[in-house]
Design a protein around this ligand. Structure first.
Ligand code: KG4
Ligand code: ZN
Length: 352
């Protein structure tokens, strides 16, 4: 186990969140700061890379200085001294992500490493998500099956230890978060698709239901393969939306009903596949992580299965993008790399 770098300054800038955190021994958050440009993108119907990158530039220094200042308020904002005296290594997201966004975090981290001579640890953002389960939680019992569900990824891993992680399946097309976001837009929600579907679904009431087609549960019939496919959902929802509009029945009640169905379809598939992977690989525990693991219905369904596995789910604020799990990953499985050799890799493989 890598225990050399007790206190790590971690930086995350892969998409539309800019974040910094200071992590102690991979498990304790000393300080964390997250800025987001999510709302700025709403009117464009998706994240605009150019806008995301410009916002990263605006926020990167403020989030880093905030966590350093909180770490040592007496240091009179002498950040170089704070890093020199208290930080053992710097971790940064290397990919996957948007090139313009990644570069902001990478170049900032490289500069800090260059000036302070602290080791630099590049981090795989998607695999790092699962390390949110190492923060303030009981130690993981191995083997574990780990589902990472975010805006761009739906990946299943078999973990034999923090260092020994194998990819066992993933989405063939849209990610689960993308399915939430795209269907949310079809239902008229511009912002924060997953959260909007969750809220709308919670208002669905059975006595107001109109007849709608049951949404597909893609790839469930092929139980031996731990792959996912969510792109068909948006076609199914589009068809229902058009039918309801033609019948003059597209209203708040039917939107809530459709949101409920979308959430049930996505969470059913995620849970069935994960439980099947756990059974196949004789897992002791199941780990959930990534932005979609903030979904309350997904969390509730997995826990209520009483499957016998120990279930680990991060608190909601550690599911969506932040730098705490970047620091935890760096502690448990990071490799210090000369700053001159660290580059942003937008399509960094998640199939380890
Ligand atoms: O991990 P994350 O913050 O960023 C990426 O690495 O992609 O994940 C963002 C995704 C978005 O698709 C968002 O809609 C989804 O997580 N999400 C949710 C919820 N909160 C965030 N999906 C369903 N229910 C939620 N409560
Ligand atoms: Zn993420």
């Amino acid at each position: 186990m890598n225990s050399k770098f007790s206190t790590i300054l971690a930086i995350e800038s892969s998409c539309d969140e800019t974040a910094a955190a200071i992590i102690r021994d991979g498990r304790k958050i000393l300080h964390s700061s997250v800025a987001s440009s999510t709302l700025l993108h709403a009117k464009y119907g998706g994240i605009v890379p150019e806008i995301a990158a410009r916002e990263q530039l605006m926020y990167i220094i403020p989030v880093i200085t905030e966590v350093l200042r909180n770490l040592d308020p007496d240091a009179n904002q002498n950040y170089k001294t704070i890093i020199a005296n208290t930080i053992d290594a710097i971790a940064v997201t290397q990919g996957p992500g948007l090139i313009g966004s990644l570069l902001v975090g990478i170049e900032t981290a490289k500069t800090l490493s260059f000036i302070t001579k602290k080791p630099l640890i590049p981090v795989n953002h998607v695999i790092a998500h699962m390390f949110a389960n190492f923060i303030n939680q009981d130690p993981i019992q191995y083997p574990a099956v780990s589902l990472v569900v975010s805006g761009g990824h739906t990946e299943l891993y078999l973990m034999k230890s923090a260092e020994d992680i194998h990819w066992i399946g993933g989405t063939l097309d849209d990610a689960a978060g993308e399915a939430f976001d795209k269907t949310a837009r079809l239902l008229g929600f511009e912002n924060r698709g997953g959260v909007a579907i969750q809220e709308s679904a919670s208002k669905a009431t059975s006595h107001q239901m109109v007849k709608i087609a049951k949404l597909p549960r893609p790839m469930l019939d092929n139980n031996n393969i731990f792959n996912f496919s969510f792109s068909g959902l948006k076609t199914a929802i589009l068809r229902e939306v058009n039918t309801l509009k033609n019948a003059n029945q597209f209203n708040e009640h039917t939107i809530n009903q459709l949101a409920y169905e979308v959430q049930e379809s996505i969470t059913d598939v995620l849970i069935r596949k994960t439980l099947h992977a756990a059974e196949t690989h004789n897992a002791q525990s199941i780990l959930l992580s990534g932005g979609v693991s903030a979904n309350l219905r997904l969390r509730e369904k997995l826990i209520s299965k009483n499957s016998g596995y120990t279930i680990h789910i991060p608190p909601v604020n550690l599911c969506t993008d932040n730098a705490a799990y970047i620091g935890s990953y760096a502690y448990f499985r990071g490799t210090p790399t000369d700053w001159g050799d660290v580059t942003a890799i937008p399509d960094l493989s998640v199939e380890v």
